[in-house]
Design a protein around this ligand. Structure first.
Ligand code: ATP
Ligand code: MG
Length: 415
């Protein structure tokens, strides 16, 4: 089957009042970016609550699976409908296109005499394919009421496929959509999109991206709400390897298919970590280290014009993610910290990681800078006043170390 057009349905953005046009334009833009990754040419435009992507060129000019795969990375899309087009005409003129479409899509056998029949076929047996016709007059000039179009086409479908189909208006297996526009759009499949809102409609945020499972998923989730993202990775050479860094670059690349290009800031965190290790109580290492990470991430976020931070933390997952620990980490931040995984179980996060294609990379066994300096028994209920007092031990070195870490940050443009 050659689909000449993909009809793109969106959800929430349809209800945003006067922002609607801006949302639709953002979605059109993202659809164009996604389709630019597919061989072939497309014309993308918006019309009456829908985005339409026309394939320019004949059969074989683009790969159907590629189109679907790329459109499924576009936040804001709830459904992708591969469409066959027919010229606008009377229901009698439209019927042959509908019959062809069904015969080919559902491998049905056409009774060649269907044109002569006058709605004489009855419903097929119990186990036949149940269907319903759902027509919609997007073109209000069309002279026949939708109900009448449905009834006529329904009869003709029964005539064309005797004993193979059966009407079920309540729970049909096959819903045949017939949209009457300047041309007729015929489709029956609505392939799910990722949902969410188009990128660029909701500000930007800085993702603290490690090489683990959680943070790429967290970035994906916030981007899904229309937020563009940048990322910061803290590495600790020689304790962490080039391969560990490359893994983070690879993860940024994977999520950038959804989130758009990412500026990845790679901060050399070794000297700060060593100073903490040397001067602070070992059971507080992780929490103090995390506070310095957040301070630096916030500094870079502000420089980059980001309005918030994102982490992959989930309540109670490890010692640094207890309620008390999060209180201590948050205390150093003046911009919001988004933790979209906060209430997720690990398995839920893994499922999402697999779904977005990050999992196989996330589980590669390269060390993370946090795991090298971890204490055997980290505090799980740190007290803010105690932590602050411990941090004073760094007073004479930390400003300089922070300054150096920030000024030597490497920026990698990903995606
Ligand atoms: P992840 O699977 O994302 O690595 P995790 O379960 O290993 O998370 P932690 O190591 O406690 O948890 O890190 C919590 C969050 O802190 C991470 O999700 C990430 O947002 C951030 N983070 C941790 N280590 C780094 C790092 N080296 N660079 C940047 N951000 C980091
Ligand atoms: Mg980690």
């Amino acid at each position: 089957m050659f689909y000449k057009t993909f009809l793109i349905k969106y959800g929430e953005i349809g209800v945003k009042g006067k922002n609607r046009a801006a949302f639709e334009d953002a979605l059109v833009k993202q659809v164009k970016i996604a389709l630019a990754r597919v061989d072939g040419e497309f014309h993308v435009w918006k019309e009456q609550g829908r985005i339409i992507a026309d394939v320019l060129g004949d059969e074989g000019s683009c790969d159907y699976d590629e189109v679907i795969k790329e459109l499924q990375t576009v936040f804001g899309i709830v459904g992708i409908c591969p469409v066959v087009k027919a010229p606008l005409g009377t229901p009698e003129e439209i019927a042959p296109y509908v019959i062809d479409f069904l015969a080919e899509t559902y491998h049905l056998k056409v009774d060649e005499n269907w044109r002569e029949k006058q709605g004489e076929e009855l419903d097929g047996p119990e186990d036949s394919l149940t269907f319903k016709v759902h027509s919609r007059r997007a073109n209000k000039q069309y002279p026949v009421a939708s109900m009448d179009v449905n009834a006529y086409l329904g009869e003709k479908i029964l005539d064309a496929f005797p004993k193979q189909v059966r009407v079920d208006v309540h729970d049909p297996k096959l819903m045949l959509y017939v949209e009457l526009r300047d041309e007729v759009f015929i489709y029956s499949q609505i392939i799910p999109g990722p949902g969410g809102m188009p990128l660029g409609t909701n500000g930007s945020a800085m993702l603290c991206l490690s090489g683990g499972i959680d943070s790429p998923v967290a970035g994906w989730m916030i981007a899904k709400r229309g937020v563009t993202i940048d990322a910061t990775y803290f590495h600790a050479p020689p304790y962490t390897s080039e391969r560990a860094k490359q893994k983070v670059v690879d993860l940024a690349k994977i999520i950038s298919r959804y989130t758009g290009p990412i500026r990845l800031h790679v901060v050399n965190f070794t000297d700060i970590q060593l100073a903490i290790y040397e001067k602070c109580p070992h059971d507080e290492l992780t929490i103090i280290m995390r506070r310095y990470m957040m301070r630096i991430a916030e500094h870079i976020a502000k420089e980059d014009g980001c309005q918030g931070l994102i982490t992959g933390e989930s309540l109670g997952q490890v010692a640094s993610q207890t309620m008390q620990s999060l209180v201590c980490t948050d205390e150093v931040c003046s911009i919001p910290v988004f933790r979209p995984l906060i209430g997720f179980d690990k398995q839920d996060i893994i499922d999402l990681s697999v779904k977005i294609g990050a999992y196989d990379t996330s589980i590669l066994p390269y060390e993370d800078c946090c795991t090298i300096f971890v204490a055997k028994h980290p505090v799980t209920k740190p007290r803010l006043d105690v932590i602050k007092r411990s941090e004073t031990k760094l007073d004479d070195v930390i400003d300089e170390l922070m300054e150096k870490a920030i000024s030597t940050t490497e920026v990698i443009e990903v995606g």
